[in-house]
Design a protein around this ligand. Sequence first.
Ligand code: ASP
Length: 173
Amino acid sequence: MPLLTEASKERWEKWREENSEGTKAEINVENHDTIGMLALDANGNLSGACTTSGVGYKIHGRVGDSPIIGAGLYVDNDVGAATATGWGEAVIRICGSHLVVEYMRQGHSPTEACRLAVERLIEKNPDWKDIQIGFLALNKKGEYGAYCIQPGFQYAAHDPDNGPRLIDGKSKR
Ligand code: ASP
């Protein structure tokens, strides 16, 4: 069943008129949709999942970070779990979610591990001011945190002490 609506077809046609093939789609709140979920169960086991349709107007055949374990998602049941959202090419370049878990293995808190991964990403991506990336992390103790490049990244959390809530992720800018 075709899922293309008339409105999104019109937006795509306008985008094609204004952009050449291969133009990088802008990543902002309207143009990315990765859902990454991390969990720690009552037995202390970690798990994670993510899903995305990728960035809007992507080039044919593009593979983002979400389907690549270690980039968009990584879980090590001994240490912690991490997931990413935003400009996938930049996340793939640093194996972002794996890197976040490795920082937690070194003893960093989830938020600090995400921040360090964002700093690494900034080092490797000179265009970092034009892109958005957010990392989310959860460790074996049930502590969690997030960090992103641009402000405006919120994540949802639920734990026995605080119940469900929306939290503003810290950001570089
Ligand atoms: N990370 C996704 C990708 O690059 C985009 C998103 O955040 O939805 O494909």
